[in-house]
Design a protein around this ligand. Structure first.
Ligand code: DX5
Ligand code: ZN
Length: 229
C-alpha cells in the first residue's frame, strides 16, 4: 500500500447485498472503488451486529485492492491477529473502545497491518495528538457509528485541526458516515482523502446491474475533486 493524498472512494459493504458479498466486492472494484470498507460491529460497542474475521477472510480473494476493516468492537485487542490473518490491509480501532488505544495501535502494526484510529463525533481531535506516529489513518466519524444511511454530521473543523496536526506525516484522513456528492466537497476541502460511502454508492444498483455503482462513485469523486478546481 503506497501513500498518497489523492481522493480515494471506499464503499462500505454494510450497504451491499449480505447474501452476495464476494460478488459485490468484485462489482464495486470493477466500477471504480479504490478501497473496500468493511464495518465490523459487535452489538456492544455499537448497537448493531454485522460480521467477523471469518467473513473478512471469505471476501479477501474477491478484493484486488485495499481491504479496510473498521472495528466497532470492544475489546479490540483479542481480535487483532484474526483480522490481520484474514487479510485486512488497514485495521481501525476506536479511541473510545478501551483505555489502551496506544497499545492497540502498536499491536495492529505488529500484526502486519496499517493502523487506523477512529473518532466518534463527540471525541475531540486532541484525542489522537499523542498517537500520530503510531497511526497510518485517522477515521473521522460523521455519524454516530452503528448504522448506515444516517444523516451527515459536519466535522469540518475537526478535520482541519487533524490535517494541521498531521503535517507531513503519511497519515490518511478518512471520513465515515453520510458521505454523498453534497457532503464530499466539505470534507475534501477540510483535508480528507479517503471517503467511505455506503448508501450513496450502492443505491440504485445490484450485482446484476452494477452500472449505478460506477455512476455513484464517479459522482462522489467528481464532487470531492471539484474543490481543487
Ligand atoms: C457506520 C459505518 C459506516 C456506514 C456508512 O457505523 O461505520 O461505514 O456504513 O454508511 P453511509 O454511507 O450509508 O452513511
Ligand atoms: Zn465504517
Amino acid at each position: 500500500m503506497s501513500f498518497d493524498r489523492k481522493i480515494k472512494i471506499a464503499p462500505s459493504i454494510l450497504a451491499a447485498d449480505f447474501a452476495n458479498f464476494g460478488a459485490e466486492c468484485e462489482a464495486i472494484e470493477a466500477q471504480g472503488a479504490d478501497w473496500v470498507h468493511v464495518d465490523v460491529m459487535d452489538g456492544h460497542f455499537v448497537p448493531n451486529i454485522t460480521f467477523g474475521p471469518a467473513m473478512c477472510a471469505a471476501i479477501r480473494p474477491h478484493i484486488k485492492g485495499v481491504m479496510d476493516v473498521h472495528l466497532m468492537i470492544a475489546p479490540v485487542d483479542p481480535y487483532i491477529d484474526a483480522f490481520a490473518q484474514a487479510g485486512a490491509d488497514v485495521i481501525s480501532a476506536h479511541v473510545e473502545a478501551g483505555p489502551h488505544i496506544h497499545r492497540t495501535l502498536q499491536a495492529i502494526r505488529a500484526a502486519g497491518a496499517k493502523a487506523g484510529v477512529a473518532l466518534n463525533p463527540g471525541t475531540p481531535a486532541s484525542a489522537v495528538e499523542h498517537l500520530l506516529d503510531l497511526t497510518d489513518l485517522i477515521c473521522v466519524m460523521t455519524v454516530n457509528p452503528g448504522f448506515g444511511g444516517q444523516k451527515f454530521i459536519d466535522m469540518s473543523s475537526k478535520i482541519r485541526e487533524l490535517r494541521a496536526m498531521i503535517g507531513d506525516r503519511p497519515v490518511h484522513i478518512e471520513i465515515d458516515g453520510g458521505v454523498d456528492p453534497k457532503t464530499a466537497p466539505l470534507v475534501a476541502q477540510a483535508g480528507a482523502d479517503v471517503l467511505v460511502a455506503g448508501s450513496a454508492v450502492f443505491k440504485g444498483g445490484s450485482v446484476k446491474d452494477p452500472a449505478p455503482y460506477g455512476e455513484n462513485i464517479r459522482a462522489i469523486r467528481a464532487a470531492a475533486e471539484g474543490v481543487y478546481a
